[in-house]
Design a protein around this ligand. Structure first.
Ligand SMILES: Nc1ncnc2c1ncn2[C@@H]1O[C@H](COP(=O)(O)OP(=O)(O)O)[C@@H](O)[C@H]1O
Ligand SMILES: [Mg+2]
Length: 230
């Protein structure tokens, strides 16, 4: 049985799609069989994959699950039977039911956020949804991923403080603001295999690998607890 990892935030533009696609490549690089499930009506992962040069396929599959409504959870479970890792790019809202349905079946949820006050505020709505979801799936893991940001900034410290007061984890790994991300996306590729893209690609790969390690640790911790609990 593979793992389902949701990437969700009610706000658009925080990097959900960028994280989904690049993290998929990072897992593929480690030898995992990866599926990206696009749950956003905007179908950004689908458009991204459609831009990819067909003679050099992405190292993971991309498909849409945006229209499945109440069957979305079952489809994610089916995909997790066939793949090691299923990454689900969620829509930028929590008002319709899709995000809640995805979170209810995900083993882990990554909430990308920037550190601007507006985005911190919108992540608080997300934290409320996480806390509600936790009540029904207490074993699921949730963590905030700071994207397009600088760990030395005052806003980063503010966000750390805000999260310390809630019980929501924050990944130690962050993704910095790097031009290679949009540049690779424009080519339908990721920072792992975009050619002719230079700005910060090596550092980007390092931060994504660190995120993969942190995720595996977070999830294997869950499995160890399960084993311990019989
Ligand atoms: N770490 C980053 N560095 C630079 N640009 C980024 C980064 N993350 C995302 N972006 C850019 O920000 C914009 C919004 O990102 P996107 O992944 O589409 O967000 P979402 O899916 O949450 O709407 C895109 O133009 C994307 O290329
Ligand atoms: Mg998106």
């Amino acid at each position: 049985m593979g793992l389902a990892i949701a990437i969700a935030n009610q706000k658009g533009g925080v990097g959900k799609t960028t994280v989904t696609m690049n993290l998929a490549a990072a897992f593929a690089e480690e030898g995992y069989n990866v599926y990206v499930a696009d749950a956003d009506e905007q179908q950004s992962c689908m458009s991204w994959a459609a831009t990819t040069d067909p003679s050099k396929a992405l190292p993971f599959r991309v498909g849409s699950i945006a229209k499945l409504e109440k069957n979305i959870g079952r489809e994610i479970a089916n995909l997790a039977n066939d793949f090691d890792i299923v990454l689900i790019d969620c829509p930028p809202n929590i008002a319709n039911l899709t995000t809640g349905r995805v979170l209810a079946v995900a083993d882990a949820t990554i909430v990308p956020t920037n550190t601007s006050p507006l985005e911190m505020w919108s992540s608080q709505g997300m934290i409320a949804l996480i806390e509600r979801t936790r009540a029904s799936s207490p074993e699921a893991k949730f963590a905030i991923l700071v994207n397009k940001s600088n760990k030395k900034s005052i806003l980063y410290r503010e966000l750390s403080k805000l999260l310390a007061e809630s019980s929501v984890l924050m990944f130690e790994s962050t993704m910095s603001d790097r031009e290679c991300y949009p540049q690779a996306a424009a080519l339908g590729r990721t920072v792992f295999d975009a050619t002719g893209v230079r700005a910060g690609k090596k550092e980007a790969k390092q931060e994504l690998k660190a995120l993969v390690e942190e995720l595996i640790a977070l999830l294997s911790n869950e499995r160890t607890e399960e084993a311990a609990n019989g």
